[in-house]
Write a protein that binds this ligand. Sequence first.
Ligand code: PSU
Ligand code: MN
Length: 336
Amino acid sequence: DATSLPLRYLMTSAAFPRVKRSSQPISTLSRTALRFSDEVHSALESKKPLVALESTIISHGMPYPQNYETAVEVEKIVRDNGAVPATIAIIDGQIQIGLSQDQIRILAKLGRSAVKASRRDLAVVLAKKQTGATTVSATMLLAHRAGISVFATGGIGGVHRGYENTMDASADLTELGRTPVAVVCAGVKSILDIGRTLEFLETQGVTVATFGNTSDFPAFFTRTSGFKSMLNVKTPREAAEIIAANHAIDLQSGIVFGVPIPEVDAMDDALVGKAIDIAVKEAHEQNIFGKESTPFLLKRVNELTGGGSLKSNIALVKQNVSVAARIAKDLSTLKA
Ligand code: PSU
Ligand code: MN
């Protein structure tokens, strides 16, 4: 009777022989559909810890050349912290797990003319052999196919302000409900409705933790949002144990680890709040909706803060990837 057995036993493949371990050899399906960089391929084969990285943050989340520089730098930070980075995108209709620096540069230069690809866009981008930058939702699902269970980014999408009229809630939230990947982020931006976003995640069965000293759920540019997450996780090991338990019982849903932005990089609450209010109002006036909404708001907030929000954004992404790399490392030790 498995219920009385310790978690350590549940985590073994003897307890759940049919559960696909994240570090298993690449499946036949994955081999045909996914193209791996040499670095990622050999990391998967030798069961090294991996961290998935999204590409919409490159094309639609930051301007050139900061987007290129940041994407290259965060890969280095992952390596420096003992894991292998796997930046995910679709290049000319080919799903790429792990990008070359040239491929990163292509996406960085394409910017908003790359297709912003969430789950719903994937089949179209593939069929039409387009170049697509994957959002959190698409990156999560492709990372999972590739056997990567830790993913780092800046912020996840959420429930937009005015949801009661528009029903605009990011596909990232439903993906988190259906794909067992842990997403390390700086929380949810207040361009969104943070309270409703957390409610949505709860409904979707997503574990939400704050990484650090408190359980205050972070608001991306600032360290607190006024909302609490389920718990406070203090070490990468503790985070890895939660991921391993999720896998052990084959939950098939995701986890959010919110890492508050470093104190020195955090923005003034009132200042960024004002910029966000203006940007949201402009988006409404200019009838910007759907997938255009988030990129528009990010760009306007950056302009309205005189580049301040971009600086904060870069700082928090760097911290997130280093936390994610350490979690991935501890997870691979736990599962070894
Ligand atoms: N938040 C950011 N930077 C980003 C995004 C969100 O601070 O680049 C991107 C991510 O790729 C995220 C997507 O998955 O926006 C969400 O878009 P939407 O709100 O349209 O679901
Ligand atoms: Mn949307």
